[in-house]
Design a protein around this ligand. Structure first.
Ligand code: GTP
Ligand code: PEQ
Length: 217
Protein backbone atom coordinates (compact mmCIF):
# COMPACT_ATOMS: atom_id res chain seq x y z
CA UNK A 1 0.00 0.00 0.00
CA UNK A 2 1.42 3.40 -0.93
CA UNK A 3 1.54 6.50 1.22
CA UNK A 4 -1.19 8.94 0.24
CA UNK A 5 -2.53 12.34 1.07
CA UNK A 6 -4.81 11.48 3.94
CA UNK A 7 -5.97 8.21 5.41
CA UNK A 8 -9.73 8.20 5.85
CA UNK A 9 -10.19 10.94 3.25
CA UNK A 10 -12.32 10.43 0.16
CA UNK A 11 -10.72 9.16 -2.99
CA UNK A 12 -12.48 10.25 -6.16
CA UNK A 13 -12.89 8.67 -9.60
CA UNK A 14 -13.54 10.95 -12.58
CA UNK A 15 -14.38 9.21 -15.86
CA UNK A 16 -13.62 11.22 -18.97
CA UNK A 17 -14.52 10.25 -22.50
CA UNK A 18 -12.13 10.89 -25.36
CA UNK A 19 -12.49 14.53 -26.38
CA UNK A 20 -13.35 13.72 -29.99
CA UNK A 21 -16.52 11.92 -28.96
CA UNK A 22 -17.41 13.91 -25.82
CA UNK A 23 -20.42 16.17 -25.40
CA UNK A 24 -22.26 15.28 -28.59
CA UNK A 25 -25.34 17.15 -27.36
CA UNK A 26 -23.27 20.35 -27.08
CA UNK A 27 -21.90 19.73 -30.56
CA UNK A 28 -25.42 19.29 -31.91
CA UNK A 29 -26.25 22.58 -30.20
CA UNK A 30 -23.57 24.29 -32.29
CA UNK A 31 -20.82 24.62 -29.67
CA UNK A 32 -17.20 23.48 -29.95
CA UNK A 33 -17.80 20.33 -27.89
CA UNK A 34 -14.17 19.19 -27.79
CA UNK A 35 -12.90 22.44 -26.32
CA UNK A 36 -15.79 22.73 -23.88
CA UNK A 37 -15.37 19.13 -22.70
CA UNK A 38 -11.71 19.87 -21.98
CA UNK A 39 -12.57 23.06 -20.05
CA UNK A 40 -15.31 21.26 -18.06
CA UNK A 41 -12.81 18.54 -17.11
CA UNK A 42 -10.28 21.12 -15.92
CA UNK A 43 -12.84 23.05 -13.87
CA UNK A 44 -14.37 19.90 -12.39
CA UNK A 45 -11.04 18.43 -11.34
CA UNK A 46 -9.79 21.79 -10.00
CA UNK A 47 -12.87 21.98 -7.74
CA UNK A 48 -12.40 18.39 -6.57
CA UNK A 49 -8.74 19.11 -5.84
CA UNK A 50 -9.87 22.08 -3.74
CA UNK A 51 -11.90 19.87 -1.38
CA UNK A 52 -10.53 19.48 2.12
CA UNK A 53 -12.04 15.99 2.35
CA UNK A 54 -10.53 14.61 -0.87
CA UNK A 55 -7.27 12.67 -0.87
CA UNK A 56 -6.52 10.98 -4.19
CA UNK A 57 -8.13 11.55 -7.59
CA UNK A 58 -8.03 8.98 -10.35
CA UNK A 59 -9.03 10.02 -13.86
CA UNK A 60 -10.09 7.19 -16.14
CA UNK A 61 -9.53 8.19 -19.74
CA UNK A 62 -7.89 7.09 -22.96
CA UNK A 63 -7.39 10.70 -24.03
CA UNK A 64 -3.76 11.88 -24.07
CA UNK A 65 -4.65 15.55 -24.21
CA UNK A 66 -6.82 15.26 -21.10
CA UNK A 67 -4.03 13.48 -19.26
CA UNK A 68 -1.60 16.23 -20.20
CA UNK A 69 -3.99 18.98 -19.15
CA UNK A 70 -4.88 17.38 -15.79
CA UNK A 71 -1.37 16.46 -14.74
CA UNK A 72 -1.09 19.77 -12.85
CA UNK A 73 -3.68 18.53 -10.31
CA UNK A 74 -1.60 15.56 -9.21
CA UNK A 75 -4.16 13.02 -10.44
CA UNK A 76 -3.57 9.34 -11.06
CA UNK A 77 -4.53 8.12 -14.51
CA UNK A 78 -6.02 4.83 -15.67
CA UNK A 79 -6.79 3.65 -19.17
CA UNK A 80 -10.35 2.55 -19.81
CA UNK A 81 -9.23 -0.98 -20.65
CA UNK A 82 -10.86 -3.37 -23.11
CA UNK A 83 -14.49 -2.79 -22.12
CA UNK A 84 -16.37 0.39 -23.14
CA UNK A 85 -18.73 2.60 -21.14
CA UNK A 86 -18.97 4.99 -18.26
CA UNK A 87 -19.73 2.40 -15.57
CA UNK A 88 -16.82 0.24 -16.68
CA UNK A 89 -14.57 3.31 -16.40
CA UNK A 90 -15.76 3.98 -12.85
CA UNK A 91 -15.19 0.37 -11.82
CA UNK A 92 -11.67 0.51 -13.28
CA UNK A 93 -10.95 3.66 -11.24
CA UNK A 94 -12.50 2.24 -8.07
CA UNK A 95 -10.44 -0.95 -8.33
CA UNK A 96 -7.26 1.04 -9.02
CA UNK A 97 -7.84 3.14 -5.89
CA UNK A 98 -8.55 0.06 -3.79
CA UNK A 99 -5.35 -1.60 -4.97
CA UNK A 100 -3.26 1.45 -4.17
CA UNK A 101 -4.99 2.90 -1.15
CA UNK A 102 -7.16 0.22 0.45
CA UNK A 103 -10.45 0.82 2.17
CA UNK A 104 -10.79 4.62 2.14
CA UNK A 105 -14.19 5.95 1.09
CA UNK A 106 -14.59 6.24 -2.67
CA UNK A 107 -16.73 8.56 -4.78
CA UNK A 108 -17.36 8.86 -8.51
CA UNK A 109 -18.18 12.19 -10.12
CA UNK A 110 -19.07 13.00 -13.69
CA UNK A 111 -16.49 15.24 -15.35
CA UNK A 112 -18.86 17.86 -16.71
CA UNK A 113 -19.54 20.04 -13.66
CA UNK A 114 -17.95 23.36 -14.68
CA UNK A 115 -19.63 25.39 -11.92
CA UNK A 116 -18.75 22.93 -9.12
CA UNK A 117 -17.81 24.54 -5.81
CA UNK A 118 -15.46 22.62 -3.55
CA UNK A 119 -17.40 23.51 -0.38
CA UNK A 120 -20.56 21.97 -1.83
CA UNK A 121 -18.81 18.71 -2.63
CA UNK A 122 -17.22 18.68 0.82
CA UNK A 123 -20.70 19.06 2.36
CA UNK A 124 -22.13 16.19 0.30
CA UNK A 125 -19.20 13.90 1.15
CA UNK A 126 -19.49 14.71 4.84
CA UNK A 127 -23.12 13.59 4.84
CA UNK A 128 -22.40 10.61 2.57
CA UNK A 129 -19.87 9.12 4.94
CA UNK A 130 -22.48 8.95 7.71
CA UNK A 131 -24.78 6.78 5.58
CA UNK A 132 -22.24 3.96 5.87
CA UNK A 133 -23.17 2.69 2.39
CA UNK A 134 -23.82 4.30 -0.99
CA UNK A 135 -25.18 7.82 -1.36
CA UNK A 136 -25.82 9.92 -4.46
CA UNK A 137 -26.65 13.40 -5.71
CA UNK A 138 -28.98 13.76 -8.68
CA UNK A 139 -28.62 16.06 -11.63
CA UNK A 140 -31.00 19.02 -11.92
CA UNK A 141 -33.69 16.88 -13.59
CA UNK A 142 -33.71 14.53 -10.58
CA UNK A 143 -33.40 11.45 -12.82
CA UNK A 144 -29.65 11.39 -13.47
CA UNK A 145 -26.70 11.16 -11.12
CA UNK A 146 -23.70 13.42 -10.76
CA UNK A 147 -22.11 11.99 -7.60
CA UNK A 148 -22.12 8.42 -6.32
CA UNK A 149 -20.25 7.91 -3.07
CA UNK A 150 -19.55 4.85 -0.93
CA UNK A 151 -18.20 4.94 2.60
CA UNK A 152 -16.66 1.53 1.83
CA UNK A 153 -15.22 1.29 -1.71
CA UNK A 154 -16.33 -2.35 -2.02
CA UNK A 155 -19.90 -1.02 -2.05
CA UNK A 156 -19.44 1.44 -4.94
CA UNK A 157 -21.62 -0.06 -7.66
CA UNK A 158 -22.17 2.48 -10.46
CA UNK A 159 -25.32 2.42 -12.60
CA UNK A 160 -24.86 5.73 -14.42
CA UNK A 161 -26.79 6.39 -17.61
CA UNK A 162 -30.45 7.17 -18.36
CA UNK A 163 -32.56 6.89 -15.20
CA UNK A 164 -29.51 6.33 -13.03
CA UNK A 165 -30.98 8.07 -9.96
CA UNK A 166 -33.80 5.49 -9.80
CA UNK A 167 -31.34 2.65 -10.31
CA UNK A 168 -29.01 3.89 -7.59
CA UNK A 169 -31.94 4.30 -5.21
CA UNK A 170 -33.26 0.82 -6.02
CA UNK A 171 -29.82 -0.56 -5.18
CA UNK A 172 -30.14 0.97 -1.71
CA UNK A 173 -28.14 4.16 -2.20
CA UNK A 174 -29.32 7.15 -0.18
CA UNK A 175 -30.44 10.18 -2.20
CA UNK A 176 -28.77 13.21 -0.59
CA UNK A 177 -31.55 15.70 -0.15
CA UNK A 178 -29.51 18.85 0.51
CA UNK A 179 -29.13 21.82 -1.79
CA UNK A 180 -26.35 21.06 -4.26
CA UNK A 181 -26.87 23.56 -7.07
CA UNK A 182 -23.38 23.41 -8.56
CA UNK A 183 -22.83 19.70 -7.88
CA UNK A 184 -26.11 18.90 -9.67
CA UNK A 185 -25.33 20.96 -12.73
CA UNK A 186 -23.84 18.61 -15.31
CA UNK A 187 -23.72 20.47 -18.59
CA UNK A 188 -25.03 18.54 -21.58
CA UNK A 189 -26.60 21.28 -23.70
CA UNK A 190 -26.10 24.98 -24.53
CA UNK A 191 -29.01 25.78 -22.20
CA UNK A 192 -27.27 23.82 -19.43
CA UNK A 193 -24.16 25.92 -19.98
CA UNK A 194 -26.19 29.09 -19.49
CA UNK A 195 -27.70 27.71 -16.26
CA UNK A 196 -24.23 26.85 -14.99
CA UNK A 197 -22.98 30.32 -15.93
CA UNK A 198 -25.64 31.82 -13.69
CA UNK A 199 -23.96 30.12 -10.71
CA UNK A 200 -20.46 31.09 -11.82
CA UNK A 201 -18.33 28.86 -14.04
CA UNK A 202 -14.78 27.80 -13.27
CA UNK A 203 -11.94 29.78 -14.81
CA UNK A 204 -11.34 27.54 -17.84
CA UNK A 205 -14.96 27.45 -18.96
CA UNK A 206 -15.39 31.16 -18.23
CA UNK A 207 -12.44 32.04 -20.45
CA UNK A 208 -13.67 29.82 -23.24
CA UNK A 209 -17.20 31.19 -23.07
CA UNK A 210 -15.85 34.74 -23.27
CA UNK A 211 -13.84 33.83 -26.40
CA UNK A 212 -16.66 32.06 -28.24
CA UNK A 213 -19.96 33.51 -29.42
CA UNK A 214 -22.70 33.34 -26.80
CA UNK A 215 -25.39 32.40 -29.29
CA UNK A 216 -25.17 28.84 -30.59
CA UNK A 217 -25.55 28.19 -34.32
N1 GTP B 1 -13.88 7.00 -19.41
C1 GTP B 1 -15.13 7.18 -19.87
N2 GTP B 1 -15.84 8.24 -19.49
C2 GTP B 1 -17.11 8.39 -19.98
C3 GTP B 1 -17.68 7.45 -20.87
N3 GTP B 1 -18.94 7.87 -21.18
C4 GTP B 1 -19.14 9.02 -20.52
N4 GTP B 1 -18.03 9.36 -19.81
C5 GTP B 1 -17.85 10.52 -18.94
O1 GTP B 1 -18.93 10.51 -18.02
C6 GTP B 1 -19.40 11.82 -17.76
C7 GTP B 1 -20.88 11.93 -18.08
O2 GTP B 1 -21.08 11.63 -19.43
P1 GTP B 1 -22.20 12.29 -20.31
O3 GTP B 1 -22.99 13.29 -19.54
O4 GTP B 1 -22.97 11.22 -20.99
O5 GTP B 1 -21.33 13.14 -21.32
P2 GTP B 1 -20.94 12.85 -22.81
O6 GTP B 1 -21.03 11.38 -23.09
O7 GTP B 1 -19.64 13.52 -23.03
O8 GTP B 1 -22.06 13.68 -23.58
P3 GTP B 1 -23.07 13.21 -24.71
O9 GTP B 1 -22.24 12.78 -25.89
O10 GTP B 1 -23.85 14.45 -25.02
O11 GTP B 1 -23.87 12.10 -24.10
C8 GTP B 1 -18.50 12.74 -18.57
O12 GTP B 1 -17.43 13.15 -17.73
C9 GTP B 1 -17.97 11.85 -19.68
O13 GTP B 1 -16.73 12.27 -20.18
C10 GTP B 1 -16.89 6.32 -21.24
O14 GTP B 1 -17.31 5.45 -22.01
N5 GTP B 1 -15.62 6.24 -20.72
C1 PEQ C 1 -24.22 10.06 -16.78
C2 PEQ C 1 -25.71 10.21 -16.91
O1 PEQ C 1 -26.02 11.53 -17.20
P1 PEQ C 1 -26.25 12.19 -18.63
O2 PEQ C 1 -25.58 11.33 -19.67
O3 PEQ C 1 -27.71 12.30 -18.80
O4 PEQ C 1 -25.58 13.49 -18.41
C3 PEQ C 1 -26.42 9.95 -15.56
O5 PEQ C 1 -27.17 10.82 -15.16
O6 PEQ C 1 -26.24 8.89 -14.98
Amino acid sequence: MQHHRGDGMWNVVVPLKELNSAKSRLRRGGLDARTYARAFALDTVAAIRGCASVGEIVVVTDDREIRRALRRFGCHFCAQGPLPGLNTAIRVGRDHLRRLFGADPCAALVGDLPALRSAELDDALRIAVDTGGQAFVTDTSGTGTTLLAAADPVLLNPAFGRGSAGLHEKAGAVRLAGEYPTLSLDVDTPAGLESAAAYGLGVHTTRLRQRTPATPR
